[in-house]
Design a binder for this molecule. Structure first.
Ligand code: HEM
Ligand SMILES: *[C@@H]1O[C@H](CO)[C@@H](O)[C@H](O)[C@H]1NC(C)=O
Length: 505
């Protein structure tokens, strides 16, 4: 009897630990389920059902086109995606209200900084209050100064002359991915302008193409978090380090290596006498982690947006030969008397109103930042009467706004540079109707620089080359990310033209 109970003991022990294990597992799973249920919003409305089941994809290829469709049909120009707790607006009065009038009630907010926090940290895009004010002041001193603008122009023209034109020329009759070319160009330019570094120097110690890929991955996966119906889900994935969160973590680690290297090299070169943005920040920031966040924000600001703007410009242009001809004519007129090999001077660029109009027009239809969100602090009512409860994510949608009949008239979907010209002079629109560079207190700080950069490229490339976007048979799809990019790139055929700078087309 005693012997029997002794031999039973290990079995009992096993049994109890098994029971214990099962109970904790079941308890754990149940609490996760409860957590999900609590935070998983249910909604049966038409729009939410289409969103949750992805049934909108039957009619639309790109999410932004579906939103545009919904916003057009809304009498106020505002919709609500209940399951995301997201109010989306294309109404200029609302946009002015959130970006200017009631700026303090619509900050980036906590939820946003947790979505992008792992990538952007305390960088300017991701913060409010003092930290934002400090970075904004430093950066606007830098980007607003005349000497920095002419320095930037000098860098951009050198880059065009030495790399971009020779690259296109070497490819005559060949095929190239325009998106890739413009990303490299924008990356090299922003590195020199913001950090005073030649990416060639970075290349020697780091594999740059891997960084570019890591940057794209990090931007895409961070943006993907924002479309999750239940934030608890990605947070759980991050906790367990699985799936896309694991991939994101790896990408961010690589991006950090690049940023650290930028800081190290800048320090080695000495920052006291330099006039780049990073040197300015280094004089007053000792915290390397903070510096890293600043570097990443400026890389992101300067690379993807400009590359996106240029890529879609040439996409639109290749479908509009008459506009191409008019651009060539204006360039030839302004540059008459300059040598064939010359790239336009800053003064010459300023005289090209038609090119400027064409650029604004393509950014209207293809804004690099398709939508942008803030979080409402206190209950509020937008000018169109929409009530927003505190904590709601409120999004303005430049992509949809560029395609609203109520803003641009019945020809809103047509590419017409003339709409920006009055007596041959370019006239801008209100930033709240055209929030491509945002508007109000946080308006883009790189706007003038970005426009100069794009214009310099357009004016050098259009007269010299025919870029014909190839019809690959697939419909062009936007890839999700913080700024608009085309899934799979934009292959185009390059053909050199006979007379580079002269003669109308
Ligand atoms: C075509 C090119 C560009 C477009 C369409 C664009 C658009 C925008 C938009 C929509 C924002 C607001 C983002 C937000 O608050 O979430 C923004 C902010 C900003 N942009 Fe740009 N941008 C462009 C190029 C650049 C360049 C080249 C630079 C820098 C050299 C730059 C620097 C900044 C900075 C620093 C901010 C943050 C401003 C703040 O939060 O106070 N941007 N930009
Ligand atoms: C978005 O979707 C439409 C198809 O509905 C497609 O034709 C268009 O080119 C797509 N992408 C872009 C980049 O506009």
């Amino acid at each position: 009897m005693v012997a029997k109970s002794i031999s039973l003991l290990p079995w009992l022990q096993n049994y109890i630990s098994f029971l214990f294990f099962s109970f904790t597992t079941i308890f754990f799973l149940l609490s996760i389920l409860l957590l999900l249920l609590r935070f998983w919003p249910w909604c049966n409305c038409h729009v939410c059902k289409a969103f949750l089941s992805s049934s909108w994809t039957a009619e639309f290829t790109n999410l932004s086109d579906w939103y545009t469709h919904l916003l057009r049909r809304s009498p106020t120009g505002t919709i609500n995606i209940h399951v995301l707790g997201n109010t989306v607006t294309a109404n200029p009065d609302n946009v002015e209200y959130m970006l200017k009038t009631r700026f303090d009630n619509f900050p980036k907010g906590k939820p946003f900084s947790s979505l992008l926090g792992d990538l952007l940290g305390r960088g300017i895009f991701n913060v409010d209050g003092d930290s934002w004010q400090f970075q904004r002041k430093m950066a606007s001193l830098e980007l607003g100064s005349v000497s920095v603008r002419s320095y930037a122009f000098h860098i951009v023209t050198a880059e065009i002359r030495r790399r971009l034109i020779p690259l296109f020329a070497s490819l005559s009759d060949g095929v190239i991915d325009l998106q890739d070319v413009f990303r490299r160009f924008a990356f090299d330019s922003i590195c020199k302008i913001s950090f005073g570094l030649y990416p060639g120097c970075l290349e020697a110690s780091l594999p740059m193409s891997e960084f570019a890929a890591a940057f794209d991955t990090a931007s895409r996966l961070s943006a993907k978090r924002g479309t999750a119906v239940a934030p608890a889900l990605w947070k759980l994935k991050r906790l367990l380090n699985v799936g896309s969160e694991r991939e994101l973590k790896r990408a961010i680690r690589l991006v950090n290596v690049l940023a650290d290297e930028v800081i190290r090299q800048r320090r080695e070169l000495g920052s006291a006498s330099s006039h780049d943005l990073l040197s300015r920040f280094m004089c007053s920031v000792n915290d390397d982690r903070y510096l890293r966040d600043i570097v990443i924000s400026f890389l992101l600001a300067g690379r993807d947006t400009v590359a996106s703007g240029l890529t879609t410009f040439f996409l639109v242009l290749s479908k509009h030969p008459a506009v191409t001809a008019a651009i060539r004519e204006e360039i030839a007129n302004v540059m008459r008397g300059s040598g064939d090999d010359d790239v336009a001077s800053f003064e010459q660029l300023k005289k090209m109103h038609y090119v400027h109009a064409a650029m604004y027009e393509s950014l209207r239809l293809y804004p690099p930042v398709q939508f942008d969100s803030k979080f409402c602090v206190e209950d509020d009512v937008l000018p169109d009467g929409t009530f927003v409860r505190k904590g709601t994510r409120v999004t303005y949608h430049p992509y949809a706004m560029g395609r609203m009949e109520s803003i641009w008239g019945p020809d809103c979907e047509e590419f017409k540079p003339e709409r920006w010209l009055h007596d041959g002079k370019f006239v801008p629109a209100s930033p709240f109707k055209y929030p491509v560079f945002q508007g109000g207190l946080r308006v883009c700080l790189g706007k003038e620089m970005a426009l100069m950069e794009m214009k310099a490229v357009i004016v050098s490339v259009v007269p010299r080359f025919d870029l014909r976007v190839l019809d690959t048979g697939r419909s062009l799809k936007f890839a999700p990310g913080l700024s608009a990019s085309i899934d799979g790139g934009l292959p185009a055929q390059v053909r050199r033209r006979r007379s580079p700078a002269h003669g109308p087309c």
